[in-house]
Design a protein around this ligand. Sequence first.
Ligand code: HEC
Length: 135
Amino acid sequence: MRKTILGAAAVALATAAALAQSSVRDGVYTTTQAERGAALYEAQCLSCHGTLEAFFPEVAALLGDHTFRQRWQGRPLSELFQLIQVEMPQDAPGSLSVDETVQLVAYILEGNNLPSGQTALASDTVALSGIAFDP
Ligand code: HEC
């Protein structure tokens, strides 16, 4: 399993290098991914984070406001992916599959008014590290 991942990572690394200039403005997720992410978000994240569109000062962290954008500005999507995969939902960390995690990232991008595209967002951190969050 690990060997396969490393082999794929080597291939993806070359791809990532080619995509190094890629940005969340380039349409890096599909609407299908964002729709699935929306359902997951509603079921597992909304209780703590509130809606992406609304401003609720009482919730711990918002995923669609200026603070969130400033914190993630210029950082690769792989870091956001890993935080969600490892730490969220805070009451059941580690319970999301990689596909669910990438769907949530897609939904967060959509919630930040970033465009969707034809190519699905990849669920591997090497490819995601080539995409900068620069809304
Ligand atoms: C039980 C409450 C709770 C749930 C459920 C929860 N979160 Fe969180 N989340 C938090 C808290 C509190 C923080 C801020 C502190 C921290 O980073 O640990 C946070 C931080 C985050 C951050 C970093 C925000 C930033 O501004 O940098 C992301 C991204 C995130 N959560 C995504 C999710 C996603 C996606 C889900 C649903 C799968 C989820 N969270 C479910 C409580 C929760």
